[in-house]
Design a binder for this molecule. Structure first.
Ligand code: NI
Length: 244
């Protein structure tokens, strides 16, 4: 009962956020249909950005997301944090989820436990210094992990279900078209905020999917909205509403 109630409350908050903030929910705003629209759970999607922060491009992205009041999830590379603390604060203040993408962007299957702890620990320390203690979830670089990583991890391993490979050609039109033609409810979309083309693509994706009624949430909000507990070491790549 408590769990059910909790889930309804979280869902209510998510829908309220969408209804209030999304230019999307025009139907709801139109008046008569408001009750009908709100009674149905909107499709959710989580935008995630890897390999930053990079002042030139991440700053531009944060501005675009702020204008649209859209939350996203950022997996940061530790060695890029120093000097970008103000950007991190801006991220946190805007309600974005922030996670760890290791310190040197290493393949976690190629490190021993000591190196693993250093890669995660150093990054976590920088995040804590800039933003305070927090749950900083892990996205393994390249999505590569093994049983050791599962065992060592103290957060879920956040993967993805839509990957336009934006780094390959840095072609905005292709990236937008890939994402909007593949996205389904509960998807986690992978982009890299170190490319100008990806930042532009991300904002177009937001506008297009918002028009289609999608609601954007952080990965943490996505799990909560679907009544799933984050389990350390367990991978998460998509959380559709039918999975509970
Ligand atoms: Ni990466």
């Amino acid at each position: 009962m408590g769990e059910y109630l909790g889930r309804r409350i979280v869902l209510g908050i998510v829908m309220l956020i969408c209804a209030v903030l999304g230019p999307t929910n025009r139907a709801a705003a139109a008046g008569g249909n408001a009750q009908v629209e709100l009674a149905e759970e909107p499709p959710l999607a989580a935008l995630t950005f890897d390999d930053g922060p990079r002042a030139e491009t991440t700053g531009e992205l944060l501005e675009g997301l702020a204008l649209r009041e859209i939350p996203a999830t950022f997996f940061l590379v530790g060695e890029r944090i120093e000097g970008n603390e103000a950007l991190l604060k801006q991220m946190k203040d805007a309600g974005h989820q922030i996670g760890i993408h290791t310190y040197h962007h290493v393949k976690l299957t190629e490190v021993n436990q000591e190196q693993y702890q250093e890669e995660i620990g150093k990054t976590r320390a920088l995040l804590s210094q800039a933003l305070g203690e927090g749950d900083y979830w892990l996205r393994p670089p390249y999505g590569i992990y093994d049983d050791n990583v599962k065992h060592w991890a103290d957060s879920p391993l956040v993967l993805w279900s839509v990957d336009p490979e934006d780094w390959k050609d840095q072609n905005k039109e292709r990236v937008v078209s890939h994402v909007v033609s593949h996205v389904r409810d509960g998807d986690i979309i992978l982009l890299h905020d170190i490319y100008h083309s990806s930042v532009q693509a991300a904002l177009e994706i937001v506008d297009e999917l918002t028009d289609r009624g999608f609601c954007f949430v952080t990965v943490e909000q996505l799990l909560k909205a679907r009544g799933q507990e984050p389990v350390p070491g367990e991978s998460v790549s998509r959380v559709p509403s039918s999975s509970h």
